[in-house]
Design a protein around this ligand. Structure first.
Ligand SMILES: Nc1nc2c(ncn2[C@@H]2O[C@H](COP(=O)(O)OP(=O)(O)OP(=O)(O)O)[C@@H](O)[C@H]2O)c(=O)[nH]1
Ligand SMILES: [Mg+2]
Length: 230
């Protein structure tokens, strides 16, 4: 078969067009991937008192920034103000990156009494101040829901998950359409029952972890990424 000049010219034009198209596609994909891979969200950590929220926030902070954030204590209502960790870069191999601003919130309780703190050896005055701050902390935690994109509901998997407070928090998150993951924490303890948490919240996403030892934490990071980015 013979090619005349006009055929060669039009073939060259088609090839040039295809090359331009492919370059354009590459550039577009690059721009789209920037949007896809560089999302930023606010991740709120919620839950009842003593479930391990600050321990988890500290683990996230240590894993990504190399420094801890807040004080952990066996005395309830240790966190009484919001604590922020900013610009955590969550990179999931083969998937992309997600920037996180993390908020560790005060434990939510339906009943706060200074008498609880007396049992932990606090003096009456200290206990009363702590109770007042704890009650304000609960309000702060609930108010912070307004600026959260994804939430972790951290539960102590050694305790009965069907408490009023757990259902109130989950109900609030659902009502506000905030996607959330239930974290069944403290699985390092022998009497931990993550399956009981799964049963109580059947049909919901539950990730068992130990914030203290780091067990299964990578799975949680992956799920945060998937819930945020889809
Ligand atoms: N064994 C075990 N203990 C944990 C774990 N996570 C937290 N704890 C312990 O549980 C207690 C409460 O932990 P915090 O991280 O202060 O809990 P919190 O939910 O932030 O508590 P508040 O701020 O008071 O609401 C501390 O004694 C922690 O060491 C865990 O994964 N395993
Ligand atoms: Mg705390």
């Amino acid at each position: 078969m013979k090619f005349d000049r006009s055929m060669v010219r039009s073939m060259a034009a088609v090839m040039q067009m295809k090359m331009r198209e492919s370059m354009l596609r590459k550039v577009l994909n690059k721009i789209l991937s920037l949007f896809r891979k560089k999302r930023k969200i606010v991740l709120g950590i919620y839950g009842p008192v003593n479930s391990g929220k600050t321990t988890l926030a500290n683990r996230i902070s240590r894993d990504f920034l190399g420094a801890e954030l807040g004080k952990v204590s066996r005395i309830p209502h240790e966190t009484r103000k919001l604590q922020h960790i900013e610009n955590i870069k969550l990179a999931i191999p083969g998937k992309g990156e997600l920037l996180l601003d993390v908020i560790d919130t005060p434990g939510i309780a339906t009943h706060v009494s200074y008498r609880t703190f007396l049992r932990y050896g606090l003096k009456k005055e200290e206990a009363m101040t702590r109770a007042k701050e704890a009650a304000l902390g609960v309000i702060e935690a609930i108010k912070s829901l307004d600026r959260v994109d994804v939430a972790l509901l951290v539960l102590d998997s050694t305790k009965d998950p069907t408490s009023q407070v757990n259902f109130i928090i989950a109900g609030n998150l659902r009502y506000r359409n905030i996607p959330y993951i239930i974290v069944a924490n403290k699985i390092d303890l022998p009497y931990s029952k993550p399956k009981t948490v799964m049963k109580a919240f059947s049909g919901e996403e539950v990730v068992p972890i130990s914030a203290l030892t780091g067990e299964n934490i990578e799975e949680l990071y992956m799920r945060i990424y998937e819930v945020a980015v889809g």
